[in-house]
Design a protein around this ligand. Structure first.
Ligand SMILES: Cc1ncc(Cc2c([C@H](C)O)sc(CCOP(=O)(O)OP(=O)(O)O)c2C)c(N)n1
Ligand SMILES: [Mg+2]
Length: 542
C-alpha cells in the first residue's frame, strides 16, 4: 500500500464518505490515486471556497469527518474562509493539500504558488485548525495521520495535512486505530451528579442544544435525556434543525428579542438553564432581552463543563451525556409543551412576495411532500428559515459567511443522497451560485430558492443611507438552462406556489426559483433582530 492509499483508508475507516476537491500540479499525483483506487468517491467543484463549504456541509449533516482536497498555494489559500468557518462552527473538516517535494524545496528557486516561504501555508493554517502535519516521512506517517485525525474528531475542528508530491506513492503501513479519548471516571461521576442535582433543584429547568450535539452524534441520546428529565428543549440560532426528527419537547429557537416571545421568556426566566454543546457566541446570545446569568447556567461545551464557579475540564460531551443517561430512568411526569406554530396556507394571490410568504409556501410544500433538508446562506434567507418547520438545517449561523448555501446544498446531497432545499440571497448567489453547473454530471437536483431583492439588504438594515447596497438585477433564472437546470422568475404569491409545485415535481435537474422581493421587505425575524441590535446599541439615556 502507498502513502495516499493508507491515508484514504484512514479517512474511510474514521467516517469520511467522499472527497471534494480541485486538483493542481502539486496535487495531481494523489488525485490520480484517489480516482483510480476508488477508496472514496471524488467530487470536483469549480472554486475552492465551494469545495470547503461542500465538505463542511457533508461533515455537519453526517456528523462525520469530511475531506477537502486542494493544490498547494492558490488552491489551499483560496479555501481559508471556508476552513475558518468550519473552525468557528466546530466542523471536523480535513484539509488535504498537495505540496512541493523535498527536492524542489532545495532547488533554491522560488516555486510557483509560493507566497512568502514554502512553510507559509502550513503556518497560515495553524490559526484555523486544531492540528497539522506534513507527510514527509513514510515511517512516521501512520502515527502522524492517526494523531491528526484523532484530534479532528476529538475537538471537532479542522485539521491540515500536507502531502508533498514526491511522497504520494511511497510504500506506507496502514494507519493504526485512532487514540480513544481518556476520561477521568471519578471527575465524570462528580460532574454528572452535580448537573443532575442542579437540574432537580430548579423549578424552571430548560435544555438548550447547539452544534456539538450533532458533531458528536448525540441527537438521539440527548432527545432521550430530555424526555427522561422532562425538560423543554430550545435550540439556539446556530443549533436550528437539531433534534428535528426526535420526540423531544422542542419549544423552538432562542433568539432573544428577535425570536418567539414565549421561547425567550422560557429561556431567560429559567433558574436551571442547561447549555449542551452551545457555542457562547454573539449570534446566539447578543440580542438577549435579559442578560443570561451564566453563573446560574450549566455550560457543557468544548470538552469541559462549567456550573457556576465550578469547572470540570476534560469532560467530553459524549461521556457526559452517557453518564447522565446512566443516572436517569423513566420520568415521573410527561412534559406538556406547546410546539411552536409555523405559518401554513399561503394565500396564492397576485400580491408581491415577502420572505414570510416563502416560509409559508415551503411549509405547505413540506406538508404535501415531506420534509426536505435545508442548506441556507447568510442573509435574510437564514432568518426566514426560522419560520420554516423544524427540519435538518446546515448554515453558517455564527461565522456568518456568505457563499455557503449553494455548495453546502451540493455537499448535503452528495453525502446523503437526499434532495435539499437551498436558500440563498442574490448577493451570496453572485459568489458561489455557479457551482450549480456541477449538478448535471453528479445527478444532483436541489431546489434553489433565490431571494432576489437586488440588494445587500441585511447591510441596508444597518446602514440605509449607503447606495452601495443597491445591486443590479442579474436575471438569474434565465441563466439556469445554460448551467444544466431549470429556472423561473416569480413576482407574486400565486406564481411562487406554482413554481414550488413544479420544482418539487421535477427530478434530475436543479430547479432555480428566482423570487423577486421588493427592497426593504424583510422577514419578521430579521426585523426583530435588527430592532434588538439597535436597541442594545442605542446610547444609554440619562
Ligand atoms: C463572504 C462575505 N462577505 C461579506 C459579508 C458581509 C455581509 C453580511 C453579514 C452581515 O456579514 S450580509 C451581506 C449582504 C447579503 O446580501 P444577500 O446575499 O443578497 O442577502 P440579503 O439581501 O438577504 O441581505 C453582506 C455583504 C459576509 N457575511 N460574507
Ligand atoms: Mg439580497
Amino acid at each position: 500500500m502507498n502513502l495516499t492509499e493508507s491515508l484514504l483508508h484512514a479517512f474511510k475507516a474514521n467516517g469520511a464518505r467522499q472527497i471534494f476537491g480541485i486538483p493542481g500540479d502539486f496535487a495531481l499525483p494523489f488525485f490520480r490515486i484517489i480516482e483510480e483506487s476508488r477508496i472514496l468517491p471524488l467530487f470536483t467543484l469549480s472554486h475552492e471556497p465551494g469545495v470547503g463549504f461542500a465538505a463542511d456541509a457533508a461533515a455537519r449533516i453526517e456528523g462525520a469527518l469530511a475531506v477537502a482536497a486542494v493544490t498547494y498555494g492558490a488552491g489551499a489559500l483560496n479555501m481559508i474562509n471556508s476552513v475558518a468557518a468550519a473552525y468557528a462552527e466546530k466542523v471536523p473538516l480535513v484539509v488535504l493539500s498537495g505540496g512541493p517535494g523535498k527536492g524542489e524545496s532545495r532547488s533554491g528557486l522560488l516555486l510557483h504558488h509560493q507566497a512568502k516561504t514554502l512553510d507559509s501555508q502550513f503556518r497560515i493554517f495553524e490559526e484555523i485548525t486544531c492540528d497539522r502535519v506534513r507527510l514527509d516521512d513514510a515511517a512516521r506517517a501512520p502515527a502522524d495521520i492517526a494523531r491528526v485525525l484523532g484530534n479532528c474528531l476529538k475537538h471537532s475542528r479542522p485539521v491540515y495535512i500536507e502531502l508533498p508530491r514526491d511522497m504520494v506513492a511511497v510504500p506506507c503501513a496502514e494507519v493504526p486505530p485512532l487514540p480513544a479519548p481518556e476520561v477521568d471516571a471519578e471527575a465524570l461521576a462528580a460532574c454528572a451528579d452535580e448537573v443532575l442535582k442542579r437540574l432537580a433543584a430548579a423549578e424552571r429547568p430548560v435544555l438548550m442544544v447547539d452544534v456539538e450535539v450533532r458533531r458528536y452524534g448525540l441527537e438521539a441520546k440527548v432527545a432521550e435525556l430530555a424526555r427522561r428529565l422532562a425538560l423543554p428543549v430550545a435550540t439556539c440560532f446556530m443549533g436550528r434543525g437539531l433534534l428535528a426528527d426526535s420526540d423531544a419537547a422542542l419549544v423552538g429557537t432562542y433568539m432573544g428579542m428577535a425570536g418567539l416571545p414565549e421561547v425567550t421568556q422560557l429561556v431567560e426566566n429559567s433558574d436551571g438553564l442547561f447549555l449542551l454543546g452551545v457555542i457562547l457566541s454573539d449570534t446566539n446570545f447578543a440580542v438577549s432581552a435579559k442578560k443570561i446569568d451564566l453563573r446560574k447556567t450549566i455550560v457543557a461545551c468544548d470538552g469541559s463543563v462549567r456550573l457556576g464557579y465550578h469547572v470540570y475540564p476534560e469532560i467530553p460531551l459524549a461521556a457526559l451525556v452517557d453518564a447522565l443517561l446512566e443516572r436517569t430512568g423513566e420520568p415521573a411526569r410527561r412534559l406538556a409543551f406547546a410546539p411552536p406554530h409555523y405559518p401554513r396556507g399561503l394565500v396564492a394571490d397576485d400580491a408581491p412576495i415577502a420572505p414570510n410568504d416563502i416560509a409559508t409556501a415551503v411549509n405547505d410544500l413540506m406538508a404535501a411532500h415531506g420534509k426536505l433538508p435545508i442548506a441556507s446562506d447568510m442573509g435574510d434567507c437564514l432568518f426566514t428559515a426560522m419560520d420554516i418547520e423544524h427540519t435538518a438545517l446546515v448554515a453558517p449561523g455564527y461565522y456568518a459567511t456568505m457563499g455557503y448555501g449553494v455548495p453546502a446544498g451540493l455537499g448535503l446531497q452528495a453525502a446523503t443522497g437526499q434532495r435539499p432545499l437551498i436558500l440563498v440571497g442574490d448577493g451570496a448567489f453572485q459568489m458561489t451560485g455557479w457551482e450549480l453547473g456541477n449538478c448535471r454530471r453528479y445527478g444532483w437536483d436541489p431546489i434553489v430558492l433565490l431571494f432576489n431583492n437586488a440588494s445587500w439588504e441585511m447591510l441596508r438594515t444597518f446602514q440605509p443611507e449607503s447606495a452601495f447596497n443597491n445591486l443590479d438585477d442579474w436575471g438569474f433564472a434565465s441563466m439556469a438552462a445554460g448551467l444544466g437546470g431549470d429556472g423561473v422568475r416569480v413576482h407574486t404569491r400565486r406564481e411562487l406556489q406554482a413554481a414550488l409545485a413544479q420544482a418539487a415535481a421535477t427530478r434530475g435537474r436543479f430547479q432555480l426559483v428566482e423570487i423577486m422581493i421588493p427592497r426593504g421587505v424583510l422577514s419578521q425575524t430579521l426585523q426583530r433582530f435588527v430592532a434588538g441590535v439597535k436597541r442594545l446599541n442605542a446610547p444609554k439615556q440619562g
